[in-house]
Design a protein around this ligand. Structure first.
Ligand SMILES: CC(C)(COP(=O)(O)OP(=O)(O)OC[C@H]1O[C@@H](n2cnc3c(N)ncnc32)[C@H](O)[C@@H]1OP(=O)(O)O)[C@@H](O)C(=O)NCCC(=O)NCCS
Length: 183
């Protein structure tokens, strides 16, 4: 059982584990290696992983969650968030989402946007709990599953006019990237 997780930037060495979780969590809709690599190399992305501080069993512990956003200069978009099914409902998703929202505030984004499958109740409940509101429905947004998505939005109270102090293309491993302190 997890007692605590710490958040840190996603690194290339995490790819295999993240892709394994992707397949477990999203099945046919999972990102491929190429999609993940392209995503991480694109402008304005910020990706983090959650790794256990301590488990009951000894040895190296695999990453148990991950998430990322895209900042386009105005708003952030949550690109993905996922937690190992073995440790779901222990607060890891909440920690990841909190960090992504805090990062969005730091970037001075006006709002946080996301898409979520209309039948994904655990995620919808989590987003609602953080104050996200449904904007509308995107028909057949998820392919190849052919499922509709809700678009959800969280207004950020302290939205400001400039993001000059927060470069959108900073690499996730940048020394000033305080992912580990964000949770
Ligand atoms: C959505 C997801 C990331 C949540 O991660 P998690 O670590 O289980 O979430 P937490 O334990 O931090 O729970 C946060 C809140 O989410 C909601 N929630 C999580 N699982 C839920 C469930 N099975 N049923 C109802 N609400 C649920 C609750 O509001 C919960 O708060 P609470 O425990 O205080 O009631 C996880 O279920 C997951 O990885 N799902 C598959 C991938 C996915 O769908 N990602 C979202 C794509 S848009």
């Amino acid at each position: 059982m997890i007692t605590e997780v710490r958040l840190r930037p996603l690194r290339n060495a995490d790819f295999d584990r993240v892709l394994e979780l992707e397949r477990q969590l999203f099945g046919r809709g999972a990102w491929s290696y190429g999609m993940l690599a392209d995503e991480l190399g694109a402008l304005g992305r910020w990706y983090i992983v959650a790794e256990p501080e301590r488990l009951d069993r000894a040895g190296d512990q695999p990453v148990v969650g991950y998430g990322g956003l895209w900042f386009d200069g105005d708003v952030t978009q949550i690109m993905t968030i996922g937690v190992d099914p073995a440790v779901q409902r222990h607060g890891v998703g909440r920690q990841l989402l909190t960090a992504l929202i805090e990062r969005s505030r730091k970037l001075k984004a006006e709002a946080v946007l996301l898409e979520v499958r209309v039948d994904n109740m655990p995620a919808i409940e989590m987003y609602r709990d953080f104050g996200f509101q449904v904007l509308g429905v995107r028909k057949r947004y998820y392919q190849p599953e052919n499922k509709d998505a809700y678009t959800m939005r969280l207004e950020l109270a302290e939205a400001a006019g400039t993001a000059a102090d927060a470069p959108v293309d900073a690499p996730v491993d940048a020394p000033d990237d305080e992912a580990g302190d964000a949770a």
